[in-house]
Design a protein around this ligand. Structure first.
Ligand SMILES: *Cc1c(COP(=O)(O)O)cnc(C)c1O
Length: 247
């Protein structure tokens, strides 16, 4: 048995167990395999084992991978920080974008979404832990951004996404996810029709599912550790993006 097969089985078992505990239908929880830094042949293997949806953080890396895998009916989700000059490539090549936190970016994605493709599925990224270096809008700004995005013709607002600060222990992990669930319910009470909570990664997917996650984004637990240099590079890109968002 390959590592990817046994890892996928273990992650799916965790999803099923968490759903059982939460008395939820596991079919309502989608596994997004995060394939940043993972070579195309490993994505191909995961597909052959039944995984269809993949998440990428870097546009150029994703386009290269899509090119190698264009014989497969994969569903691509963009989950990384978005630079204005990359919106066209994202609008033309992805089915979902989880990391929208500015109206200007949403407007560009809507304008640039090709007419022959279905509307681009959008999640608003919420800075749920209030970290200065992380992307995402503060909770208080979610409602107005949601209203503005809902009016854009080539986007379909699906829900909210968050990357809480990492903490240990199920009870601590659940807190920010519970805040996300409350915000999601508030927006729907105020007239949105959101159906997606994109939250939970390798280390906290159980907590996220207990609080209502409908998409969990899992990289390491499927494909193994990314190397340290790559992690440092990713953190740097993320914080530079936040410090100079108009670049
Ligand atoms: C890398 C990444 C993930 C996956 O993280 P793991 O800890 O490897 O599961 C999920 N979401 C986003 C936005 C990421 O950048």
């Amino acid at each position: 048995m390959t590592a990817i097969l046994s890892n996928l089985q273990a992650v799916n078992a965790s999803i099923n167990n968490a759903a059982l505990t939460a008395q939820r239908d596991a079919a309502d929880i989608m596994l997004l395999a995060v394939s940043k830094t993972v070579p195309a042949n490993m994505v191909r293997e995961a597909y052959s084992l039944g995984q269809k949806a993949f998440g990428e953080n870097f546009v150029q890396e994703a386009l290269d991978k899509m090119h190698h895998l264009n014989d497969l009916p994969l569903e691509w989700h963009f989950i990384g920080p978005i630079q204005s000059n990359k919106t066209r490539a994202i609008a033309e090549n992805f089915s979902w974008v989880h990391s929208v936190d500015r109206l200007k970016i949403a407007q560009r994605l809507s304008e640039q979404r090709p007419d022959d493709l279905p509307p681009l599925n959008i999640c608003i990224q919420i800075n749920i832990s209030g970290e200065a270096t992380k992307g995402g809008v503060p909770n208080e700004e979610a409602a107005s951004l949601a209203r503005a995005i809902s009016a854009l013709p080539r986007l379909k607002l699906r829900g909210l996404m968050a990357i809480p600060a990492p903490v240990d222990g199920l009870a601590e992990q659940r807190k920010p996810f519970a805040q996300m669930r409350n915000l999601f319910n508030q927006l729907n009470s105020a007239g949105s029709s959101l159906d997606t909570l994109s939250m939970g990664m390798s280390h906290d997917l159980t907590a996220a599912i207990l609080e209502g996650a409908t998409i969990v984004r899992v990289g390491t637990a499927i494909f193994g550790n990314r190397n340290l240099a790559t992690e440092i590079m990713i953190k740097k890109v993320n914080s530079q993006q936040k410090l100079s968002p108009e670049k």
